[in-house]
Design a protein around this ligand. Structure first.
Ligand SMILES: Cc1cc2nc3c(=O)[nH]c(=O)nc-3n(C[C@H](O)[C@H](O)[C@H](O)COP(=O)(O)OP(=O)(O)OC[C@H]3O[C@@H](n4cnc5c(N)ncnc54)[C@H](O)[C@@H]3O)c2cc1C
Length: 347
């Protein structure tokens, strides 16, 4: 039996570590942050670290605004370093329908107090000389956007949490959450039981498995996403605005004197974590560089540098997503597995 806790947070990625930190900051009592691997070591440090303030919905745009305002305060709040650059970004439309999206974004962004404007193609090239305007129909500048080093976030929050009294338990796998009469009683781990009335499932790609082991159904199926970082390129400054080519879903930002480039695939690979070994870690993911080369080829008229630069790093991770056929298969299979109710107990 391990020491009892007021709250157990499962998973020390960006979400879990931040949750533990803010619980400690708000004096939530004894908080334990558990991870089966090293602290902050799975998907979170492999992200691009880009903060995009202009979202499709108003609620998300408002939420991102709050999060973006907190990022510059990270070091003051946690006592940990965070390299963050307020570079702004260029959202690039090559198709007529995307020009309409940009026009609507500008109207909505202004209403919500964002620094957004349509700029000329020449101005866009002047702001980021690695961006060429051939084939481009319109460009929106988003002044609020920024990027940070993703490797510093989860670890920084976890260290900040520990400094405020949170117990960190790396190398500790949660096997189930014990629930009786609709109330959480304890978290079972491979190192023993932690008695607790409150649990937070922040297990990233494994969120569904952690919940299912406790009889709760969460319809999540992670998708793979990957990126490259180039070697240093003369002339690349950290404050060059990030570039997003809308129809290609390709993004680029400065990174350690070169560029970081990734793509949101239209048909991403979905993972069922149950098919992977229990010891699977994100570093074991089989990446597919071809996807990135196809994306770079697609945008070569706008970002020709991507096909010329040497690659320094190729990395990827699993982000949470939903896949209808997996969800349907589970719906059929889950039988008595209940959905999570608002109160956190079983229905
Ligand atoms: C290539 C790429 C680029 C991205 N770029 C961006 C971006 O620019 N901007 C953005 O906002 N987002 C981006 N994302 C998404 C972002 O990385 C994720 O949304 C975020 O990192 C998820 O954090 P997490 O804490 O949920 O998961 P993770 O970081 O994976 O943490 C989950 C933790 O739970 C632990 N765990 C799992 N099961 C158990 C168990 N049974 N017991 C104990 N511990 C367990 C794991 O070991 C892991 O450490 C990107 C993702 C990828 C892959």
């Amino acid at each position: 039996m391990l020491k009892p806790a007021d709250v157990v947070v499962i998973g020390s990625g960006g979400l879990g570590a931040a949750t533990a930190f803010y619980l400690a900051k708000r004096n939530a009592g004894a908080v334990v942050l558990v991870d089966r691997h090293e602290i902050g070591s799975q998907t979170s440090p492999r992200a691009a670290g880009m903060v995009s303030c202009m979202r499709k919905g108003e609620l998300m745009t408002r939420l991102i605004k709050v999060a973006a305002a907190a990022i510059p305060r990270f070091t003051e709040e946690t006592g940990q370093p965070l390299d963050c650059v307020h570079s702004g970004s260029l959202k690039v439309a090559r198709r007529t329908q995307d020009v309409e999206v940009i026009e609507a974004d500008i109207a909505r962004g202004r209403r919500l107090g964002l620094d957004v404007e349509q700029i000329t193609l020449d101005e866009a090239h002047r702001l980021n000389p690695f961006f060429e305007t051939e084939g481009v129909a319109a460009v929106m500048r988003v002044g609020d956007d920024m990027y940070f080093d993703p490797a510093q976030v989860a670890v920084g929050f976890a260290r900040g949490a520990a400094a405020r009294g949170v117990t960190l338990l790396p190398g500790t796998a949660v096997t189930s959450v014990r629930i009786a009469s609709g109330r959480v009683e304890a978290v079972e781990t491979d190192k023993g039981t932690i008695a607790t009335p409150v649990v937070v499932d922040a297990a990233g790609a494994w969120t569904r498995q952690v919940a299912a082991a406790s009889g709760i159904y969460i319809p999540l199926a992670p998708t793979m996403q990957q990126l490259i970082v180039t070697e240093t390129i003369p002339g690349v400054r950290p404050d060059l605005p990030m570039v997003r080519i809308m129809d290609a879903a390709v993004y680029v930002r400065p990174c350690h004197g070169g560029f970081l480039c990734g793509v949101y695939e239209e048909e991403p690979t979905f993972f069922d974590m149950d098919d992977l070994s229990p010891g699977f870690r994100i570093a074991d993911l089989k990446l597919d560089a071809e996807i990135l080369w196809r994306a770079a080829e697609d945008v070569k008229a706008q970002l020709p540098i991507l096909l010329k630069a040497k690659v320094r790093e190729h990395r990827g991770g699993l982000r949470r997503g939903t896949r209808l056929n997996l969800v349907e298969r589970e719906n059929r299979a889950r039988g008595s597995c209940p959905r999570l109710s608002v109160g956190g107990g079983k229905k």
